[in-house]
Ligand binder design. Structure first.
Ligand code: PMP
Length: 283
């Protein structure tokens, strides 16, 4: 398996990240996870645009173009013959003697590798349980930064409670999951948190809302309360790796009928169709 390191393809063992890389020491960097279907990087343009936006927000200047990066990533997928899996892409501010502030002119360090993914089919079909937790993250959750410590702590809590995800609540309102966006269905309307600095605007979220629009499914970008979450007809989460997963129980309480609901299933089907049509190879 090859990895991409600063524009060069090499064996993983040859890739040497400096111990004073600011990503390693401060989490000073940004990242993306991209899904590969049929050897094609799904919604690649959207992911790369978000990476550049996150980098710009923290003052990392990328000296290469989006087109250059995209073509390197495609090369990586091809050389690894990765048909179905994921790609992790990370950009850090660069290496420098350790101090919090940084000088201009550092060279961002770019790493990418591909990895296998087991599609969570059972979870998608049967639904999962979730817990709720206070959203105690910083207030720039719109930046896809390497700093995931609170997300890690809370996801671990969910895992230890045999739950798939933790749904975060800030000031009484549902924001998102530790690694997913959250949707609540009530009386045939899908509610999800609006795009603010309090959530990551998921690429899957954008795709799902676009598909809702195209398929005449009613949605509103409006935050719901924890009570409304627990009282929902249906709840589901989305992410690049999870796609669309129904949440059928939260904090031990059954949601709706306790089974994946009709609107969730509609959204699942719409996303699968979109993936199939966008990653069908034209030979
Ligand atoms: N919110 C958070 C906090 C996440 O980590 C993720 C996963 N990247 C998402 C939402 C979903 O984003 P996407 O659909 O782009 O994977």
């Amino acid at each position: 398996m090859k990895v991409l390191f600063n524009g060069r393809l090499m064996e993983r063992g040859e890739c040497a990240v400096d111990i004073e890389d600011r990503g390693y020491q401060f989490g000073d960097g940004v990242y993306e996870v991209i899904r590969i279907y049929n050897g094609i990087l799904f919604t690649l343009g959207e992911h790369i645009a978000r990476l550049y936006k996150s980098a710009a927000e923290i003052g990392i200047d990328l000296s290469f173009s989006e087109a250059e990066l995209k073509s390197q990533l495609k090369e990586l997928v091809d050389i690894n013959q990765m048909r179905d899996g994921g790609l992790y892409l990370q950009v850090t501010r660069g290496k420098a003697p350790r101090k919090h502030q940084y000088e201009a002119g550092l060279t961002p360090q770019v790493t990418a590798y591909t990895f296998p993914i087991q599609k969570p089919e059972k979870e998608q079909q049967n639904g999962v349980s979730a817990i709720t937790a206070d959203d105690m993250r910083w207030l720039r959750c719109d930046i896809k930064s390497l700093n995931l410590l609170y997300n890690v702590m809370i996801k671990q809590k969910a895992h230890e409670a045999s739950s798939f995800e933790a749904i975060l609540i800030r000031d009484g309102l549902v924001t998102e999951g530790t690694s997913s966006n959250v949707y609540v269905v009530k009386q045939n309307v899908i509610y999800t948190h609006p795009v603010t600095t309090l959530i990551l605007n998921g690429i899957t979220r954008m795709k799902v809302l676009q598909l809702c629009e195209q398929n005449g499914l009613n949605f509103e970008e409006k935050a719901v309360t924890k009570d409304e979450l627990l009282d929902a007809d249906e709840v589901f989460i989305t992410s690049t790796t999870a796609e669309v997963i129904p949440v059928t129980s939260i904090d031990g309480q059954t949601i709706g009928s306790g089974a994946p609901g009709p609107l969730t299933k509609n959204v699942q089907t719409a996303l699968q169709n979109s993936i199939l049509s966008e990653t069908a190879k034209t030979v």
